[in-house]
Design a protein around this ligand. Structure first.
Ligand SMILES: [Zn+2]
Length: 111
């Protein structure tokens, strides 16, 4: 059965339990985890932090190791990066392209 992107990114968060890390993200079926700090900041900063942690978790996972996630539609095998553009958190091309997709709105537009 083919899995959807939504299923692949069914991340689990847990409170940090007294450490300086506010939450940990886990990818189901993978041994690693990635911490997210400073959850008390601006919402846009929180979105960027979670997106960065998610990207790191996926690209360093056994299942997707070496994959560009999310892949830039303008530059194959190159990832988009979480950036603040104006007041919004977006997945942005940093290689000269114009792609800027609001984080949370990939909706299958990119792999
Ligand atoms: Zn690009």
């Amino acid at each position: 059965m083919e899995r959807t992107n939504h299923e692949l990114l069914d991340l689990v968060t847990r409170r940090g339990g007294g450490s300086s890390t506010d939450a940990w993200l886990y990818l189901p079926g993978e041994p690693g985890s990635t911490g997210v700090d400073d959850l008390g900041g601006l919402f846009v900063d929180l979105v960027i932090s979670v997106a960065e942690a998610t990207q790191e978790l996926v690209m360093e996972s056994r299942r997707f190791f070496g994959a560009a996630f999310p892949e830039c539609p303008e530059h194959p095998n190159t990832p988009l990066w979480p950036k603040i553009r104006g007041a919004d958190a977006v997945w942005a091309c940093i290689d000269g392209g114009s792609t800027a997709i609001p984080i949370g709105k990939l909706d299958g537009r990119v792999k």
